[in-house]
Design a protein around this ligand. Sequence first.
Ligand SMILES: [Zn+2]
Length: 417
Amino acid sequence: MILRAKYLIPNSEHIIENGAIEIRGSEIVDIGTYSTLRRNNATTVCDFGEAVILPGLVNAHTHLELTNHHDLIERTERFTDWILQLVQYRRDDQAWVDRAVDDGISMSLAGGTTAVGDIHGFKRVAQTLKNSPLRKVVFFETMGFSTERAQLGIERIDSNLASASPPSPLFTPAVSPHAPNSTSAMLYRHCLAIVQSRGLHFSTHLSETPEEIEFLATGTGAFADLLNTLQISMEGWTPPGVSPVQYMRDLGVLKARPLLAHCNYLTDRDIQILAESGSSVVFCPRSHHYFNHTDHPIERLLEAGVNVAVGTDSLVSNWSLSMLDELKFLAQTQPGILPETLIDLGTINGAKGLRLNRVGKLKKGWQADMIAVRIANDGSPLIEQILDESSQNLLTVVAGKICYDLIFREEDARAEL
Ligand SMILES: [Zn+2]
């Protein structure tokens, strides 16, 4: 199959006019101008016209299982009150989780996502997620702050990973202790031992709120109150007295080069530690906005050479799961970052953050994960047109398979009229 469009962007640095890409199986076998590819081939051609074909977008941090909690959880003044609602209203039955994951996958594909880093806290991996056409690294989430709960957290992660076997080309199991305010040092060390012995990837929420920083510094504040409300014992716990990043370093977690969600509040020393460790950070711009955080240190992280990816977070703190919308929001709110860099953040940086091989650029021999975006073609710089409010995702291809096709849907809708 050959896909062609007026423009093709194999990566943020190159533009091919009248570009085309040939796919065989799950891989890209050729890429160039349409006239060159056409000369060598006699195969099906799909022409997307006034559009840009580019690498599929990578949503490096989401919670698909929470998709249908969107209307159950209200926005609150305090972050810990929002967490409390999540604890209270969380639906935990298989049919509900399956439906939420299914809906989340459809929304992701429609919004240009070809790969996700999905945090999965439910008991078993939803089969619907495992078998879906989306490329996914599924981070099984565990938590437990008191000794007793941490022990349950250990049992949970061990059984979740056992249920997740075997991995497949589109499904990679991984591990995610939730956050330092909900997960004990013992449980972090257990997760670390698992990822080191099995070669799995590791993610955690980190430095998300000032309350988390206060909790680790002094053991007081909103998170101490939350544990108290939930009747979770803090007995035997001594606050480490350092920043969340320094706490992770001291526990040995940064040796695993983890994928760290949020990192909204960082000192210069934290950024230096992250850069030296080779960890990746996922910035979730619209979720960040939802919680009214102060400016994210993304520009300082990029300057320091940290790999920064982008995520939507869950639909509980966002108004869509579209990665194209997420990048458009980022373009509007971070004018200091070059549009080309924004494309990198949503493609190759996400792939690096999730440790996906041969994903994130369009190259011969790489995975055929791509999208086609309809643009206004108004003469403004091409990447700015992709990030313009008016652009629209037309097509999502994962591992050579068409998973979302708006033109087909539009034609279908017209046929029904
Ligand atoms: Zn999250």
